[in-house]
Design a protein around this ligand. Structure first.
Ligand SMILES: C[S@@+](CC[C@H](N)C(=O)[O-])C[C@H]1O[C@@H](n2cnc3c(N)ncnc32)[C@H](O)[C@@H]1O
Length: 242
């Protein structure tokens, strides 16, 4: 899904405030676990949040995983002292429990179906220590919020990236076709710039607030909802029994 464009992930999201997002999540989760000593970041991509979680908690206290092997490789190169695995949200088993488990920036939508949402939330919840907190940052929660066309232009160092996404919602699933035109200026003066066209298909479940809350309750967690969250889409918090 992200493999072809993994090496552009950090350039595409260079404007995001990963540090601010990570601190906001720790602050909100910290209302339930005041001094977390361990954290798992599920669907961590290139480790943008993990860098800051590791600074706060220590490299040995944090773990990340992602389904995409190219993203896992980039995250591991960025964080050589952090355990980063390749795993699937809906079926992973890391053999360890955590005070905080995060799944950020809409990654939970990649569970796609309500059945897999429940499986994923169940798996995430099973990795919580007693009294631990699961923080779920949702993606689109209503079909009408899915923009049919979405365009961005990013300039970063020698790279220029134009990204155009087309989305269609069918039966509660947003099918995203994303095209990237990547231009790269040459290192050597006078050499021609490189241009590459890449395309990706993503499938994301459009899960409602009730879908998220039902899945958290079914996993045995006490549900809280923070209206703003790290990126303004709200944050679901599920607290495990002690
Ligand atoms: C929108 S990105 C967000 C990544 C990261 N949390 C962030 O804040 O930038 C979604 C991530 O979910 C990952 N992903 C998609 N399906 C997955 C699955 N079934 N299991 C684990 N990770 C998955 C993708 O590879 C990608 O890294």
């Amino acid at each position: 899904m992200f493999t072809a464009t993994a090496r552009y992930y950090d350039a595409l999201y260079a404007e995001r405030d990963f540090e601010g997002e990570a601190h906001a999540v720790l602050e909100l989760a910290g209302r339930h676990v005041p001094e977390p000593r361990s954290l798992l970041d599920a669907a961590c991509a290139t480790g943008g949040h993990l860098v800051h979680f590791a600074r706060r908690l220590g490299a040995g206290a944090v773990v990340g995983f992602d389904l995409d092997p190219a993203l896992v490789g980039l995250a591991q190169a960025k964080l050589p002292d952090v355990r980063i695995e390749r795993a699937d949200l809906a079926s992973f088993e890391l053999g360890r429990r955590f005070d905080v488990v995060t799944c950020l920036y809409g990654s939970i939508a990649y569970a796609v179906t309500p059945e897999r949402l429940r499986a994923a939330v169940g798996c995430l919840a099973r990795h919580l220590a007693p009294g631990g907190v699961l923080a779920l940052d949702p993606f689109w929660m209503r079909a009408e919020d899915v923009a049919p066309l979405n365009v961005r232009h990013v300039v970063r160092g020698r790279l220029q990236i134009a990204r155009l996404g087309r989305a269609v919602v069918r039966d509660g699933v947003a099918e995203l076709e994303i095209h990237y035109l990547v231009g790269e200026q040459p290192v050597e003066p006078g050499a021609p710039p490189r241009i590459e066209h890449l395309a990706e298909l993503h499938r994301c479940g459009v899960f409602s607030r009730a879908d998220h809350e039902d899945a958290l309750r079914a996993a045995g967690l006490e549900v809280h909802h923070e209206p703003r969250g790290p990126v303004g889409r709200g944050l679901f918090l599920g607290v495990a029994p002690r």
